[in-house]
Design a protein around this ligand. Sequence first.
Ligand code: ADP
Ligand code: MG
Length: 414
Amino acid sequence: MSDPRSILQSVFGFDAFRPGQAGIVDHILDGTPTLCVMPTGAGKSLCYQVPALLLDGPTIVVSPLTALMDDQVAALKANGVAAAAIHSGRMREDNVEDWRRFQAGEIKLLYLSPERLMTGRMLAALEPVAPALFVVDEAHCISKWGASFRPEYEQLAALRTRFPGARLAAFTATADAATREDIAAKLFGGGGEIVVHGFDRPNLFLGVEPKAKARAQLLDYLKDRRDVSGIVYCLSRKDTEAIAEVLVAEGYRALPYHAGLDAAVRRENQEIFMAESAVVMVATIAFGMGIDKPDIRYVVHLAMPGSMEAYYQEIGRAGRDGRPAEAMMFFGLSDARMRRQFIDQDGEDDAHKRREHKRLDALLAYCEATRCRRLALLAYFGETGGKPCGNCDVCVDPPQLVDGTREAQILMSA
Ligand code: ADP
Ligand code: MG
């Protein structure tokens, strides 16, 4: 039982690795410092849990939230793996007992917060144990470029020099190119591998249409989609209510959702959306976190989202069941201008504004793509090398590019 595949099957009960997982497991086993960027739900945990069970010596997993640690430990224990989390939310006796077991070599994976790991006492206590692998989960927290910088994470940069014999691996779902480089520079001192995988959602048709009369375009779009459920994202609370009203008048089961609605109304609308099969949720971005309805068939954006990351998250709610679904954006340049103003007015420092403008540029480039839209999306998340998808508006109906050279030739020869 000493290869990744048999651990996967015998311990975790899965038939096969998902795309990307096996390569990351191999990198870690080879001793290559590895940063893995895969979307939420892609299966990052297995990528370090399988090597942890193959390596001599324990693995230390750094995680920012005690709830995340407890979930992971519970799942591992359910599979018969000796795992523990030591954190302030547990009874002191339990922490002491698990620490004793860890020192006795009875724990294969130990979960710690960065602040607990990086105390002088903990580091000194770990030295004789000689951990085989340090895993930094939610590694974007180490970068000021990322969305959720945590100062305690910065200290983790010292692990590389403090434990030169240990392997290092880091995982995140959200890191653009600059953030990825920053994470690798801090944790690995520049070397190592960055593996980006799993951002493609092949069943999702991607489309963008120039916005002229948004409401008429929406009604036209929904005409053939009366018997399925979807989300229509609007920019303002007022819009969600107005659009929902228009749709109701047209005979749709449409409901508004935004943070300004009464909590009871929000809950009710959400419950209806989850339970019924042909509901249009007309919502602001307040709707969606943790929504796991498998049969959402479309996500429409009536206004440009705030960033490529936000867009990806929002359209990712469609087609979770793997069946065909669609992402449609009605895009107008005035939206882009407004987004620019939002950034300029947000009171952050100039470096922050520059980064936000760049992120907006990426989304604009996506909206105006003249080649496969999916390739543009994936390239933004660092996944390159694919072929045109055949499942976006650009692939299906390529824009007619005016061939200036040819026209000029015709003019000259006439
Ligand atoms: P992430 O950390 O990337 O968000 P998780 O590690 O929590 O994702 O995994 C998400 C889900 O996918 C878990 O329920 C996990 O058991 C499952 N999973 C991971 N790898 C596989 C696999 N190779 N085969 C089947 N299920 C898998
Ligand atoms: Mg995870």
